[in-house]
Ligand binder design. Structure first.
Ligand code: MG
Length: 257
């Protein structure tokens, strides 16, 4: 009897003491940004292809609207100093990405995106007005539909625009939809119908309890952009769901994959 009690105490101690660690998903930032070292360019079709070939769970990229309302893939609001929102798509074609590619339209990017099961993590960049940002969000949804990628297992949305996240929550409630700014706690984001948060390392370092609080609400937790081993380990132990990184090969090693 005494032995049985001792055994039960030991089991209780062990199960309480061993932290449940979630399996983290690896998301390559801006296509697979560090592929620049191999002569590619961030947010280029070549960088997405490289992320797909490396078998990462997901690949993140950014979209903007040109002056003539073409959705293009680029991180910055300008390309080689030329403002995307102030110029037509035709004008933008006169300048090239560092790897010689022209700036991809979302349609061109999605053609490559359809080539593998790598999750397309689409960042809706805030435009000059909320009206323009929502116009961009709607244009993205149309383009995804055209490419038969409007599927929650193939695409998810992230944005610094709370309005864009609220719009996605309303229009596409079954899709991954994460808010990036880091200024709101999980309960506030959840109350707006948004089903995930994607905050930077410093936010979770300051509020480690936000991960558990978000999970308790059934939300997914993503973190950007984590490039060093110490932060990768910390977040892995904290139990975030997705780690977005410029160094997905290092992250794969840290996670023991
Ligand atoms: Mg981005």
């Amino acid at each position: 009897m005494r032995l049985r009690c001792l055994f039960l105490v030991l089991v209780a101690l062990l199960s309480g003491g061993v932290q449940q660690v979630r399996a983290q998903k690896i998301c390559a930032h801006r296509g697979f940004w560090k592929c620049e070292e191999a002569g590619n360019a961030q947010n280029s079709i070549a960088s997405l292809r490289l992320a797909q070939e490396n078998g990462f769970w997901g690949s993140e990229f950014d979209v903007h609207l040109t002056a003539d309302d073409v959705v293009v893939v680029n991180h910055d609001p300008s390309l080689n100093g030329i403002s995307i929102r102030k110029h037509t798509y035709r004008r933008l074609l006169k300048t090239k990405l560092p790897n010689g590619e022209r700036i991809p339209t979302l349609g061109e990017y999605l053609k490559q995106g359809a080539q593998s099961s790598c999750m397309l993590v689409l960042e809706i960049k805030p435009q000059k007005t909320v009206h323009k940002t929502l116009k961009l969000a709607k244009a993205c949804v149309e383009e995804l539909r055209r490419h038969q990628l409007l599927d929650p297992s193939r695409v998810m949305f992230i944005s610094f625009s709370f309005e864009a996240c609220c719009w996605i929550a309303e229009e596409l409630p079954g899709f991954g939809n994460q808010y990036l700014e880091g200024d709101k706690d999980p309960e506030t984001v959840h109350a707006a119908g948004i089903n995930g948060i994607d905050y930077e390392y410093g936010v979770f370092h300051k509020h480690p309890d936000w991960v558990e609080r978000a999970h308790a609400l059934g939300m997914e937790v993503n973190v950007w952009t984590v490039d060093n081993e110490r932060e990768m380990k910390y977040l892995s132990e904290l139990g975030v769901d997705v780690i977005t990184t410029n160094r997905p090969l290092l992250l794969r090693k840290v996670l023991g994959e």
